[in-house]
Design a protein around this ligand. Structure first.
Ligand SMILES: Cc1cc2nc3c(=O)[nH]c(=O)nc-3n(C[C@H](O)[C@H](O)[C@H](O)COP(=O)(O)O)c2cc1C
Length: 336
């Protein structure tokens, strides 16, 4: 490949901007090796969940039951067994140590929880076990109308500060899009010491079973349309945010990775598409990217990064409200 795909992310040097994000596919040494052999730039391990450390195996088993039952590739054996995915802290640390010994690419460990004590303790263990960076997944659904956003945001920041203060490796924060002022919050995450943001956490929405009248935890894999949300926000945040930005949700193809980089993402993360197509998708995407860059005489991904961010795009109104009015007023549907 003649185009330089090397990418800096969280201060780490990656061979290319494709990252396998946390999923069952990054949950066993065998599938991690397959991802490395396929050429991925870095991997994010499945989260060590606070609940997992304590007692709750429920949600993770649900997730895996879905994955294992839904794809032909699961039969090909690249998904770990459900039992392997929920290893508890010691098992997680052992897997990380083994992965560190065996793999040459950057390994990002992931923590998912809400309590300050737990996160800090596990963060230092994951650092000692060889993680190159940590991704903090703040998966918090507020249901109490008495909790205002300032209180919730402060809690996020305290968690980030506590973890950043406890480890020497870079820390990124995987966030949801549900902030009243995302640019302000991004700045505060940066001030709290986050080296990067991962946009966006995909919340799994419960469905309703109309026969049993029960809520059903319904995990649906993403579609490429979902990339538009991270695209917009990475484009908006790029200029003001000094750290790394990772796109996650809806990255399925070379075109999706290129779009993410054009708006300013440092890396593009993939879970659903890799679960559907397996690691063989990675070389296809890298080839597609290289071809696109070569055809346009780019020498590197760095050269195009951010050229279509809000601050540099020739038509920035599409990122913001002005475009909304025009789009609604010009939308037409054929009469039936
Ligand atoms: C089966 C499955 C398991 C996942 N497990 C985790 C996890 O442990 N921690 C985490 O932060 N994200 C987890 N995710 C979210 C993905 O890392 C990713 O952010 C999300 O699926 C959106 O990306 P995608 O459109 O490429 O799937 C999981 C996703 C799937 C589909």
């Amino acid at each position: 490949m003649s185009v330089d795909l090397t990418t800096g992310y969280l201060g780490l040097e990656l061979a290319n901007p494709l990252v396998a994000s946390a999923s069952p596919l990054t949950g066993s040494l065998g599938s991690l090796r397959r991802l490395q052999d396929a050429g991925v730039g870095a991997v994010v391990l499945p989260s060590l969940f606070e609940e997992q450390v304590e007692h709750d195996q429920f949600q993770i088993h649900q997730v895996l039951d879905y994955g294992a039952g839904s794809f032909a590739e699961a039969a090909a054996g690249y998904l770990p067994e459900a039992g392997d995915y929920n290893l508890g802290t010691d098992g997680y640390v052992r897997e990380l140590e083994d992965a560190r010994k065996e793999l040459d690419l950057p390994i990002i460990a992931s923590l998912n929880g809400t309590s300050r004590g737990g996160w800090v303790r596990y963060a230092t263990r994951l650092e000692s076990a060889g993680a190159d960076a940590l991704e903090l997944n703040i998966y918090l659904i507020v249901t109490d109308p008495g909790q205002d956003c300032a209180t919730v945001e402060q809690r996020y920041l305290e968690l980030v500060e506590a973890v950043v203060g406890a480890v020497d490796i870079p820390v990124s924060v995987k966030i949801s899009p549900f902030f009243s002022s995302l640019p302000h919050m991004a700045r505060r995450f940066e001030e709290a010491g986050a080296s990067g943001l991962v946009l966006f956490n995909r919340f799994y929405q419960p469905d309703i079973d109309l026969d049993d009248l029960t809520l059903v935890p319904n995990l649906v894999l993403s579609t490429p349309d979902e990339l538009r949300l991270p695209l917009r926000w990475i484009g908006i945040l790029r200029e003001g945010f000094g750290g790394s930005l990772a796109a996650t949700s809806g990255v399925h193809s070379a075109a999706d990775v290129i779009k993410a980089i054009l708006v300013g993402a440092d890396v593009a993360m993939m879970a659903s598409a890799l679960l559907e197509d397996g690691p063989a998708l990675i070389p296809r995407i890298l080839e597609g990217m290289t071809q696109w860059l070569e055809e346009r005489d780019y020498e590197s991904t760095d050269q195009m990064r951010g050229s279509m961010a809000l601050s540099r795009a020739s038509d920035p109104e599409h990122f913001v409200r002005a475009n909304y009015v025009r789009m609604l007023s010009t939308f037409t549907v054929p009469l039936r």
